[in-house]
Design a protein around this ligand. Sequence first.
Ligand code: MG
Length: 164
Amino acid sequence: MMPGAPSVRVGFGYDTHRLVEGRELWLGGIRIEHSTGLDGHSDADVLLHAVCDALLGAIGLGDIGQHFPNTDPAWKGADSKRLLAAVVKLLIDRGWSVGNVDCTLVMEQPKVMPHAPAMRAAMAPLLGVDQDAVSIKATTNESMGFVGREEGACAYAVALVHKT
Ligand code: MG
C-alpha cells in the first residue's frame, strides 16, 4: 500500500441471470418459493454475485468469473454463500474488512422485501458485519425490458471495505 493511500475503499458490482422454470430461486443466500428460479452454473444467486463483485472491485481483485469460473465443476450447483465466504477470505487475507454493503435487486416477482430480513441475517455473518451494515433494497422494472418481461433478474451492489 502506498504511503498515504486511503484505508477505506469502495467497490461496485452488477449481475444478471435468466429466470427459468425448473430451478430453485435463491436470492441473498436464502431460497424463496416461486414458480421460476435463476439459471446459472452455481445456484445463480444474483444478489450475492453482485456483492462478491463489489467486494472484489473494492480491493482491485477482478471479478467473480476470474476467481470462480463457470467452467469449474467445483462450483457447479454451488451455494453462492460459499462463493461469498471465499471472497471475504480473500479480503481478510489481504488485511481488509467489510464495512457495509448496499444492494438493489431488480425483478418483477416475487416481492422481495418481505424476505429482506432473512437475507440480511444470512449475509451479515458471512461478511463479518452487523445486520444493519447489510442493506437490501428492491424495485421492479415497471414492466419494461427483460426484467419487466420476467425473463431475468439483476442486482447492483456497492461495498465499503477498510484496512484492519
Ligand atoms: Mg452471476
